[in-house]
Design a protein around this ligand. Structure first.
Ligand SMILES: *Cc1c(COP(=O)(O)O)cnc(C)c1O
Length: 396
């Protein structure tokens, strides 16, 4: 039997809550379940203001509107990320300035950011790859010094933290001026399609509600703050439906259990690849990051070796995938005329992900890996002088 890459996890109460939402007579946005989800995040992580959206892509689009991105503004972001990180800003006319990844982690290399800043730079978008924190103290310090905004693409980073030099933990998505989360079915906490904007800077608080509600002051009207509502700004229909919010609340109530299961699988994988199957570089958890068990990835020495590994995995029925394509060499991203980004290119060609979902039986994956074929085929995948290291020890 094939082991699929992802399987949406049901905690048990999803359908009950969806039914209750229907009985409450409100299934459009900003009802009981939306508010319960907002307060879950606001209480648990101390986020200033949360707004559920139809996707993380939409939350990023809201961020670009809130920052008043206009044509010609430059926005710095990693090239190794999902297209939405860039598209949200391109829609407002931004020029994207791509930053390379670290050699020890797919996250953007914060040491390269300052060299990319010009008089036109308006914002930095930090993407926490695999739910592991970018070096946020350095990024916030650079942004402060140059008067730039920071948006965190925390799509993969629910319940993950940046640990500062004093050992204090800061929840990801709550550090930059704005943060964006995803509840897409492939993420840790899901509701089909869904996302959330986190507003950490009070200057954006009022306007965020207006943009969320199609450019109207409807939210203030429902709170009784104005006696009628009207069209006051640009905006769109960014609200999540109550049906999705009901599903999401059931997930949030089981967040600790879901993450514990995912972390357990992550660690089981990591032990296996450290001890029994050492042909690949394993993921590096930076000192300043925590691991929310979002993703288990491995890095091969070359594209050829990754192709061999993926073919071998496919032949034993393990649904492994590669993903991001270095945006700076994509059809759209190439228009921004970027320099060669070696690390982004390396992760594009050499990284792949293994199945990881709460109900996965990692032992079954190992049995398939061990049944000969993969080991035989990836014998050629072994690294020269293989020291069984992590991506923390760059191979170049
Ligand atoms: C999943 C993902 C997104 C997009 O999330 P949607 O909710 O599908 O719009 C954006 N950025 C990153 C880094 C992601 O992993």
């Amino acid at each position: 039997m094939k082991i699929q890459f992802n399987k949406p996890y049901k905690t048990g109460k999803e359908l009950l809550y969806i039914e209750d939402a229907i009985e409450r007579g409100k299934i459009s946005g900003n009802g009981h379940y939306t508010q319960e989800c907002h307060s879950f995040f606001e209480k648990r992580y101390g986020f200033r203001k949360c707004l559920l959206t139809t996707s993380c892509t939409d939350a990023l689009e809201m961020a670009a509107i809130l920052l008043d991105i206009t044509p010609g503004d430059e926005v710095i972001m990693p090239a190794y990320t999902f297209v939405s990180t860039a598209n949200a800003f391109v829609l407002r006319g931004a020029t994207i300035v791509f930053c390379d990844s670290r050699s020890d982690h797919p996250n953007m290399n914060e040491e390269l950011i300052e060299g990319l800043i010009t008089a036109k730079t308006k914002a930095i978008v930090a993407v926490h790859y695999a739910g592991m924190a970018c070096k946020m103290d350095a990024i916030m310090e650079i942004a402060d010094r140059h008067g730039l905004f920071v948006v965190e693409d925390a799509a993969q980073a629910v319940d993950s933290y940046f640990v500062d030099s004093e050992g204090q933990k800061h929840p990801l998505g709550g550090i930059g001026h704005l943060g964006a989360f995803s509840f897409h079915e492939t993420k840790n906490i899901i509701c089909g399609e869904g996302g959330m904007l986190v507003v950490n800077d009070e200057r954006f608080e009022k306007r965020s509600e207006i943009i969320w509600e199609k450019g109207t002051n409807r939210t203030a009207f429902f709170r009784g703050e104005v006696d009628k509502y009207g069209w006051v700004d640009i905006g769109s229909s960014f609200l999540m439906s109550e049906l999705n919010a009901a599903f999401l609340l059931a997930q949030l109530e089981n967040l600790d259990e879901i993450l514990q299961k995912r972390r357990h699988i992550w660690e089981t994988y990591d032990d296996f690849f450290a001890s029994e199957f050492t042909a690949f570089l394993r993921p590096n958890v930076p000192d300043w990051a925590t691991n929310n068990g979002h993703m288990y990835y491995l890095v091969c020495e070359s594209l050829e070796k990754r192709t061999l590994a993926l073919d071998a995995l496919k032949s034993v029925g393990v649904g492994a995938v590669f993903h991001y394509q270095n945006l700076s060499s994509s059809k759209m991203g190439g228009g921004f005329n970027q320099a060669q980004l070696d690390q982004a290119e390396r992760y594009t060609n050499c990284l792949f992900r293994l199945p990881l979902f709460p109900e996965l039986d990692a032992e079954k994956v190992f049995l398939k890996l061990k049944n000969g074929l993969l080991i035989e085929k990836t014998g050629s995948c072994k690294l020269e002088n293989n020291d069984n290291s992590r991506t923390g020890k760059p191979i170049d």
